[in-house]
Design a protein around this ligand. Structure first.
Ligand SMILES: [Zn+2]
Length: 408
């Protein structure tokens, strides 16, 4: 957030002095990085700190750190531009300087902000815009890194960064296991399984088909082709589904103070689940969006809410009966219900995802009994993509289901 502050002449000139020397350190740091072919902050700092300290004796030493960081970021983004062929100069040039501050170089309070200079601390007195109070009063914290830039007419533009404090995970009172599959995500809430369709595989294959139709016989270097491909927005659409689903699951866990239990998927393990897809690249794409990206989306959301996540060993989670420990046998030919198997010992029927859910919960340390022979164990309620996308919570989906069942 930008704060514009007019300051008196002596404050401005103290900051001007800092700007001048900061720019010199920054230029040296960048030259060092370029001639030593590194963009690493640590290496640049190690390379120039001592000599810069000699050159700038009264400059607070932390400006050398932040200038090195600044240089490392600038060199990094220059490298990226160069790789994409968008760099117009041989080496990056320093035009405008925004001085980076760390927690040693500035202090925040609501009536004044202090900034270290060669002449000791100077103070600026900002008036805060409405939007500042909106964040400030909602419990956002001000980050220890800030920046300022000197403008004409004794004006300082000061940038503060708001950040969310991550809540500490609570002690879980229960577990919500989550099983990821190529076309669905299943959850178990109060011993009730729920299968939420994501159609990740179907959607990915559909996009592949569209992409092939666009590029057939044409080069992807042609602008029109590139534009059409961009308009597909496959990544955005899939990310939307993931974010929404992660939020539904995490909110449910948060409200019942439960931990989320997920398979700690090794990189390539569930590839057999998409083995009918011949194209290796495509298989990898499906795997990434259905498994690893989905898992990451849930973990990220959980961290934001302070919901604990337990990662468990994924081996045999869908092949061992959660009641008898015996093998659950799935029909090799698939049949009409390829995901339904029979327990070798108790002969009861199981849906593959429900087996996985109970086993995940057990592996997380839950010892509560598993209900035997319920209809849901082999025929879990399925919620279509369009329906859960519109739902406010998983809870509301379950209540809605109960109502329709009662009416039936
Ligand atoms: Zn059994």
């Amino acid at each position: 957030m930008k704060l514009r502050v007019r300051v008196d002449h002596s404050t401005y000139s103290a900051l001007k002095e800092v700007e001048k020397e900061y720019r010199e350190v920054l230029e040296d740091a960048m030259n060092y990085g370029l001639s030593n072919k590194t963009t690493s902050f640590t290496r640049i700092k190690a390379g120039i700190y001592r000599s810069e300290r000699e050159k700038h004796k009264d400059l607070p030493s932390h400006y050398i750190y932040t200038a090195c960081e600044d240089a490392s970021e600038r060199l990094d983004s220059f490298e990226k531009l160069k790789k994409r062929g968008r760099a117009y100069t041989e080496k990056p040039s320093v035009r405008r300087v925004t001085i980076h501050l760390d927690d040693h170089l500035w202090k925040f309070s609501l009536d004044k902000i202090s900034i270290s200079t060669k002449k000791g601390r100077v103070f600026i007195f900002p008036t805060f815009p409405k939007v500042f109070w909106k964040y400030y009063n909602k419990g956002w914290l001000i980050a220890s890194e800030a920046r300022f830039r000197l403008m004409k007419g004794n004006v300082v533009e000061f940038y503060v960064v708001f950040k969310r404090d991550e809540p500490k995970p609570y002690e879980p009172k229960g577990f919500i296991p989550v099983d990821l599959n190529e076309n669905s995500v299943s959850v178990l809430i109060n011993s009730k399984p729920l299968l939420l369709e994501t159609n990740t595989k179907k959607i990915t294959l559909g996009y592949e088909y569209k992409r092939k139709a666009i590029t057939a016989g044409k080069s992807t270097k042609v602008r029109e082709v590139r534009r059409k491909l961009r308009k597909l927005r496959e990544r955005d659409k899939k990310a939307d589904i993931r974010r929404k689903l992660a939020k539904l699951i995490v909110k449910e866990a948060f409200e019942s103070r439960s931990a989320i239990v997920l398979e700690d998927l090794p990189r390539r393990a569930p590839e057999h689940m998409v083995k009918d897809v011949k194209d290796k690249q495509l298989r990898l794409r499906i795997y990434r969006s259905a498994f690893s990206s989905m898992k990451n989306a849930i973990i990220e959301k959980a961290r934001e809410f302070g919901v604990p996540v337990i990662l468990v060993n994924p081996s045999y989670t869908s092949s061992a009966c959660p009641i008898h420990g015996a093998k659950v046998v799935y029909r090799p030919d698939g049949g009409s219900a390829p995901r339904v198997g029979v327990c070798e010992k108790g002969k009861e029927k199981w849906h593959r995802d429900v087996v996985a859910l109970y086993n995940l919960k057990k592996r997380a340390g839950d010892v509560s009994p598993v209900p035997l022979g319920s209809k849901e164990s082999h025929d879990p309620p399925t919620v279509e993509l369009g329906r859960w996308l519109r739902a406010k919570s998983l809870h509301s989906i379950m209540i809605e289901r109960k109502m329709t069942e009662m009416r039936v």
